[in-house]
Design a protein around this ligand. Structure first.
Ligand code: NAI
Length: 259
């Protein structure tokens, strides 16, 4: 557990995608503990509702909205519901994403390529497109963090579509940061290393061999915890990082340090 006594987000409204599981869930809870009101967007209604319930139990406000982040109408509607409930948007954590099976590029089907690019990259463009308009309306700016990956700056064999999507997320985060710096909207990418979530369980098959294989990539000798990624997201969305924009922050236990 990351200890935190801070209340950096009182009266702030944060929109979090992929809030039903893993990094999104941990980050939504961390925002709530620090006083934010949450708009939770996830394609899985059940787990998204469960996160909302946990947030209410710690005394913060949350609405859960079923949303396919690759679908512009869904994203617009989720943002509109957030505005109806809370009246403003200060923070966005565009984090929902999917993995794919290890496959060389020439073995990757067109359908698989399109699916990964839609959910991991198109979604971030769609989310930012509508979030930035709402933040411009605030007049006070805002902070956006998009989940990239170490695969957002490192080539990984068998991960062509995933790498393409995450390099893309890093790129559009930097472009948006430049475009809106003068309006006080900060945009950063977050590049986690191997993190212990449902996605990672699917990748390792939850077997000792599978876990050992991925942990072997981590100089620190273990997976990251979702709360450790959340702590970096909160930093990037807080007033502690007001001079930080267009940055791709690596939180990876040293995984990429030797490259
Ligand atoms: P997870 O699988 O535990 O959680 C992902 C959440 O996104 C789930 O709640 C799922 O329902 C939701 N989701 C999936 N497709 C969606 C869609 N079309 N619309 C709305 N919601 C959707 O995964 P995890 O590990 O928490 O991943 C979060 C992000 O972190 C992803 O973008 C992933 O690529 C990235 N990442 C994860 C790493 C890891 O080691 N776990 C490492 C680097 C990046």
């Amino acid at each position: 557990m990351v200890a935190t006594q801070l209340k950096r987000f009182t009266e702030k409204v944060a929109f979090v995608t992929g809030a039903g599981s893993g990094i999104g869930r941990a980050t939504a809870l961390a925002f709530a503990r620090e006083g934010a009101s949450l708009v939770l967007a996830d394609i899985s209604e059940e787990s998204n509702n469960a996160t909302a319930k946990e947030i209410e139990e710690i005394g913060a406000r949350a609405i859960a909205v079923r949303c396919d982040v690759a679908d512009g109408e869904d994203v617009k509607s989720a943002l509109a519901k957030g505005m109806e409930s809370f009246g403003r948007l200060d923070i966005a954590f565009n984090n929902a994403g999917i993995e794919h099976q290890v496959k060389k590029l020439n073995e990757t089907s067109e359908e698989e390529w399109d699916r990964v690019i839609r959910v991991n990259l198109r979604s971030v463009y769609i989310c930012m497109k509508y979030q930035i308009d709402l933040m411009l309306r605030n007049g006070t700016g805002g902070a956006i963090v998009n989940t990239s990956s170490t695969a957002g700056f490192m080539a990984i064999q068998g991960q062509g579509a995933y790498c393409a999507s995450k390099f893309g997320v890093t790129a559009i985060s930097k472009v948006a940061a430049l475009e809106h710096a003068k309006s006080n909207i900060r945009v950063n990418a977050l590049c986690p290393g191997i993190t212990d979530t449902a996605m990672m369980s699917r990748i390792t098959g939850d077997t000792p061999h599978g876990i050992a294989r991925v942990v072997a990539q981590e100089p620190i000798g273990r997976m990251g915890r979702p709360e450790e990624i959340a702590a970096a997201v909160l930093f990037l969305c807080s007033d502690d990082s007001l001079f930080t924009t267009g940055h791709a922050m690596v939180v990876d236990g040293g995984q990429s340090t030797g490259i």
